[in-house]
Design a binder for this molecule. Structure first.
Ligand SMILES: NC(=O)c1ccc[n+]([C@@H]2O[C@H](COP(=O)([O-])OP(=O)(O)OC[C@H]3O[C@@H](n4cnc5c(N)ncnc54)[C@H](OP(=O)(O)O)[C@@H]3O)[C@@H](O)[C@H]2O)c1
Length: 181
């Protein structure tokens, strides 16, 4: 069975986790809150989810759990990462460990509306066996105002990006800037 990792998978990306399970991935999910994790696990086939309950800022703990799930569930071919500011070292460690233990693999890096995609990419060390993709979250225009994306819209955008394998995907819009919520 293919193995995917979703960092921050218990929030707006929970639909992406259940979609991957339905595509017959084993899905390892990173989050801290056991209740949010249980809520996700209850929604899907429990046998295909591994909970990695860890703060991704605690890089050594993260790495230990990551290596454990790779041993138990196989090397990772797909990683989806929504990592808040301060979690950059955790993401770096995920990239390093997955690259050392996998053949070719895909990383979908989910980013906020203010992210500078080129800078984010150049700040990361992307090994040659990693195919790196960015998914930027913009906003939605509704009549005379802008609003932030809903969880379902975000998940749909990420799922579409994974299917299209495009280097960069924008979900919603970034312009006109004055309509930003
Ligand atoms: N452009 C847009 O329109 C846009 C962009 C971003 C967000 N949003 C909206 O805003 C809402 C809230 O956003 P959010 O950023 O809080 O996203 P979220 O996906 O709802 O929650 C963050 C996810 O990351 C995990 N997480 C956070 N810090 C962590 C850490 N240090 N270690 C491990 N896991 C960690 C959380 O789990 P734990 O809490 O269990 O750790 C959770 O799974 C979203 O639901 C979405 O609807 C909109």
């Amino acid at each position: 069975m293919k193995h995917a990792l979703v960092a921050g998978g218990t929030g707006m990306l929970s639909e992406v986790c259940t979609w991957l399970v339905n595509l017959n991935y084993h899905v390892s999910v990173i989050g801290r809150n056991p209740e949010k994790m249980n809520h996700l696990v209850e929604k899907t086939d429990k046998s295909k989810i591994t909970s990695l309950l860890v703060d991704y800022k605690k890089v050594d703990q993260l790495d230990m759990l990551l290596k454990q799930t790779i041993i138990e569930n196989g090397s990772l071919s797909l990683v989806v990462a929504w990592v808040h500011t301060g979690g950059e070292q955790g993401l770096e460690r995920i990239i390093e460990t997955v690259s050392q233990t996998s053949g070719t693999w895909e990383l979908y890096h989910v980013l906020g509306s203010r992210a500078k995609l080129g800078e984010v990419k150049s700040d990361l060390h992307i090994p040659t066996n990693c195919s790196y993709h960015q998914v930027q979250l913009g906003f939605k225009l509704e009549e005379d105002r802008g609003r932030w994306l809903k969880n379902h819209e975000i998940a749909e955008g990420v799922m579409e990006a994974i299917q299209r394998k495009a280097p960069a995907t924008l979900v919603g819009v970034l312009e006109p800037a004055e309509m930003r919520p």
